[in-house]
Ligand binder design. Structure first.
Ligand SMILES: NC(=O)c1ccc[n+]([C@@H]2O[C@H](COP(=O)([O-])OP(=O)(O)OC[C@H]3O[C@@H](n4cnc5c(N)ncnc54)[C@H](OP(=O)(O)O)[C@@H]3O)[C@@H](O)[C@H]2O)c1
Length: 329
């Protein structure tokens, strides 16, 4: 499998990474520790070598204790740390009402990095993202702090999640950014505007929620209920009746293409972005070994440039109701 490079960091990874968030956060009650660790180890055996977590990925276990995603990832990957790339993030905390509290002050970054190192059980972090831009802290300040952490050997590279062009340019001028991590899927293409910037600066584009929070797999039907209080999908517009109605054309397109390519709908949704740009790395999340296998294998599916363009042309005509952003471009 051809590896993809993360900017000029010297890090390279297989085309499909693994989003680990769901084991603790946002998709219902956390997975129990033993199962999560076993599944993450299975992911390594399947070929995954790029794992995405965050300081803020936490959830409440049935016994009331907190599931810290970084601890699960750290425990699972400790023995293979030198063979994989582990990314984590700082700079946001979740309020009880699910709104975000942003803090990227240098002293907070330093405190967070120590906490993440401890939870991961490592002495360095491969890729350290600022999870969200903090309007009260200049990008140069964050970049300078990251540069110091790199010098101290605490992190190997850094990135920005939900980056904007201006912020990325200013930060990159101080300390080269290896990757941005933004929402990107067939239903949320606003950040395509950043592709030329990634190309110019040699920055990788890590795509989060690449299957529109699972919607593009076609595994869910109108009426599917997400009843667990910790499952954010209950409030996501794509899972409403209107969401399904608006996405009907896309689901039909995916069904047809999946048949043509002897693939699954989810695989087509990932192959579409993988075949679009060599610096895009989707990080679909799953807690189920069979789905991990399926998603990883999307890296083997080829869509021709003409097929990618034809899909884009169709997407341009569609309007979606989707979490975290506007549809289309
Ligand atoms: N930087 C940020 O602000 C940010 C925000 C959100 C997410 N992320 C990162 O991006 C990762 C991926 O995003 P995401 O989890 O929100 O969305 P996603 O990858 O688009 O979708 C994940 C959902 O799809 C389901 N799923 C996965 N593969 C499937 C398959 N083959 N068939 C059917 N269902 C499937 C999963 O359920 P099961 O687990 O039950 O399989 C899960 O509910 C996260 O884990 C996290 O690391 C980052």
């Amino acid at each position: 499998m051809n590896q993809r490079t993360l900017g000029t960091s010297g890090l390279s990874v297989n085309p499909v990474g693994l989003g680990c968030m769901g084991f603790s956060h946002a998709y219902g009650a956390p997975t129990d520790r033993q199962t999560a660790v076993r599944t993450l180890r299975e992911a390594v055996d399947l070929g995954y070598d790029f794992f995405d977590t965050a300081e803020s990925y936490t959830g409440v276990n049935p016994d009331g204790s907190i599931s810290y995603n970084e601890e699960l990832v750290g425990e699972a990957l400790r023995d293979v740390q030198d063979k994989v790339v582990i990314a984590t993030k700082m700079g946001v905390a979740h309020n009880p009402d699910r709104s975000l509290r942003l803090d990227s002050q240098p002293e907070t970054i330093r405190k967070s990095v120590e906490g993440s190192l401890k939870k991961l059980g490592t002495d360095y972090i491969d890729l350290y993202y600022q999870h969200r831009i903090n309007p009260n802290v200049e990008p140069e300040t964050v970049a300078d702090t990251m540069a110091q952490l790199m010098k101290e050997g605490k992190i190997r590279a850094w990135g920005i999640s939900e980056a904007t062009e201006d912020y990325l340019r200013r930060a990159h001028a101080v300390c080269p950014v290896a990757a941005i991590q933004n929402r990107y899927s067939m239903m949320a293409r606003a950040h395509e505007a950043l592709f030329p910037v990634c190309e110019e600066l040699n920055v990788a584009f890590v795509a989060f929620s690449p299957m529109a929070n699972g919607f593009l797999t076609g595994a869910y039907r109108p009426g599917t209920q997400f009843t667990d209080g910790q499952d954010y999908r209950a409030a996501m517009p794509q899972y409403t009746e209107e969401g399904y109605t608006k996405a009907q054309g896309l689901l039909e397109l995916l069904t047809r293409m999946a048949e043509e390519k002897d693939a699954t709908m989810g695989q087509i949704s990932l192959a579409w972005m993988l075949c679009k740009k060599p610096y895009i790395v989707p990080i679909p999340g799953s807690r189920k070994p069979e789905r991990l296998r399926e998603n990883f294998a999307a890296g083997e599916i080829t869509l021709t440039p003409e097929e990618v363009t034809a899909i884009d042309t169709r997407l341009d005509t569609m309007d979606f109701a989707v979490f975290g952003g506007h549809s289309g471009k």
